[in-house]
Write a protein that binds this ligand. Structure first.
Ligand SMILES: Cc1cc2nc3c(=O)[nH]c(=O)nc-3n(C[C@H](O)[C@H](O)[C@H](O)COP(=O)(O)O)c2cc1C
Length: 367
C-alpha cells in the first residue's frame, strides 16, 4: 500500500516537508499506548517483531536487533518511541550541535530517484538544550539512544574538540552511545576533521567529557565513504589507540559520478547522496569489509549505506557490520521497512539453521 498509494502522493511534496510531517506524526502517535499499537499495525500489519537470535552487543550496549535509525532522521529527538515501535532497536538522534542553527536555505533535500536522496541540509539543529528537553520523555523507556555529535558551522577547527566535548557532556545522561560525526559533507571543512591530527583531539575531548560525567559509554566515529583506504587506516589506528568502540561506515557520498547518474544538474551540485544506489551500496559495503579485515577484532562496525531490505542488510553484516543504520529507506520503502528486514533476517537464520546473527558477522570478509 505504501509504494502504490502513499509514496506517489508524497513524491509530489517537498521532501523535507514530507519528512517533517512523518516525524511529527510519529511524535503524535506517542501520545498513548493505543495510538502506538495502531501505528504498529498501520505501518506493518504486524506487532513489533522480536527474536532473540537478532540480539547484538555494541561495546557493552545491548540492542534487541541490529537496526538503528541513522543520524539525520530524527535530528531533534522527537520520535524515538514511535521509531522503536516501527521495529528499530535504537535511534541515533542528531547530529546534535552546541547551539541551534538553521542549516542551508530550502529546498535542500531531494528524492532524485525512487529511494535515492541528495541532501545539503548542513546541520539544521535546534541545539543541545532543546534536544535534551525533547529526550527527557524517553528517559524511562529503556530504548538505547545514540547521540550523534555535530559541530556548529562557525566553530573554528582549533575549538572543535571543546565543542564536541561540550555536546557530549550535555547529552551524556541520554546517550546509550555517542557517535562523533566528522563526515557530513555539507558543513564546509568538516570532513577535514577526519585527518588523524584533528580526530585524535576530538576523541580525547569526548572521552574526557564522559569521564567527568561518570564513565565511558560506547563511542563511535562516523566516516565518509569518499576517504581513501590509507586515510581510513590512519583513522582506525587513532581510534584503536584512543579506545574508541567502533566505526560507523558510512555517511553520504559526494562522488560526482554517482550523483551525475541522476541527471547533469546533480553531478556538481552540493550535497551527499544516500539510499538505494547500487554503487553507493557496494562502496559502503567494501569499506566495511576493509575495516573488518584491518581491525575487526578491535573495533565494532555499524554498517550504513543503501540498506533497504534483508538482502542488503545481510550483505553488510556478512561484510563485518555488527549493527546497521538506515535513513533513506524509511522514505523509500516506507514505515514497515524495519519489521520487514528483521523478519527477513530471521527467515534467513531459519533457512541456514543459524542460532545467532553474531555467527555471520564478517563471514564474507574472512580470508
Ligand atoms: C536527510 C538526511 C540527513 C542526514 N543528516 C545526518 C546528520 O545530521 N548526521 C549524520 O551523521 N548523518 C546524517 N545523514 C547521513 C545518514 O545518517 C546516513 O549515513 C546516510 O544517509 C546513508 O544511509 P542511507 O543510505 O540508509 O540513507 C543524513 C542523511 C540524510 C538522507
Amino acid at each position: 500500500m505504501y509504494k502504490e498509494i502513499i509514496q506517489p502522493i508524497l513524491n509530489k511534496c517537498d521532501s523535507e516537508t514530507f519528512h517533517d510531517l512523518a516525524r511529527e506524526s510519529l511524535h503524535l502517535a506517542e501520545l498513548t499506548p493505543i495510538t502506538l499499537k495502531l501505528l504498529e499495525f498501520f505501518a506493518d500489519k504486524h506487532s513489533r517483531f522480536v527474536d532473540k537470535r537478532l540480539n547484538v552487543n555494541l561495546g557493552g550496549l545491548e540492542l534487541e536487533n541490529p537496526l538503528i535509525v541513522g543520524a539525520g532522521w530524527d535530528k531533534k529527538g522527537r520520535a524515538v518511541l514511535g521509531l522503536w515501535h516501527l521495529g528499530f532497536a535504537s535511534v541515533e538522534v542528531g547530529s546534535v550541535l552546541e547551539y541551534g542553527q538553521p542549516g542551508n536555505t530550502k529546498p535542500r533535500l531531494f528524492m532524485v530517484s525512487s529511494g535515492v536522496a541528495i541532501n545539503w541540509l548542513a546541520f539544521n539543529s535546534p541545539g543541545m538544550d532543546i534536544v535534551s528537553k525533547n529526550l527527557d520523555k524517553y528517559q524511562n523507556s529503556n530504548i538505547p539512544i545514540g547521540i550523534s555529535l555535530g559541530l556548529n558551522k562557525d566553530v573554528d577547527h582549533a575549538d572543535a574538540p571543546r565543542a564536541y566535548g561540550t555536546v557530549a557532556q550535555r547529552m551524556y545522561d541520554y546517550a546509550g552511545y555517542f557517535a562523533i560525526n566528522v563526515s557530513s559533507p555539507n558543513t564546509p571543512g568538516l570532513r577535514k576533521l577526519q585527518d588523524k591530527e584533528h580526530t585524535v583531539h576530538i576523541i580525547k575531548s569526548v572521552n574526557e567529557a564522559m569521564d567527568i560525567c561518570g564513565g565511558r559509554k560506547p563511542l563511535f566515529v562516523k566516516i565518509a565513504p569518499d576517504l581513501s583506504y590509507q586515510a581510513i587506516d590512519e583513522l582506525l589506528e587513532v581510534a584503536i589507540q584512543n579506545k574508541v568502540t567502533g566505526i560507523i561506515a558510512s555517511n553520504t557520498t559526494i562522488n560526482p559520478d554517482l550523483k551525475g547518474k541522476y541527471g547533469a544538474r546533480w553531478k556538481n551540485s552540493p550535497g551527499g547522496l544516500s539510499g538505494d544506489d547500487q554503487d553507493y551500496r557496494r562502496i559502503t559495503t567494501e569499506i566495511i569489509a576493509h575495516i573488518y579485515k584491518q581491525a575487526g577484532d578491535k573495533l565494532d562496525i555499524i554498517g550504513v549505506g543503501g540498506i533497504n531490505n534483508a538482502e542488503s542488510a545481510l550483505e553488510k553484516i556478512k561484510a563485518g557490520a555488527k549493527a546497521l543504520q538506515l535513513v533513506t529507506a524509511i522514505r523509500g520503502e516506507g514505515p514497515a521497512v524495519a519489521g520487514k528486514i528483521n523478519r527477513g533476517i530471521a527467515d534467513y537464520l531459519d533457512r541456514e539453521g543459524i542460532t545467532s546473527i553474531k555467527e555471520i558477522v564478517g563471514i564474507d570478509s574472512k580470508s
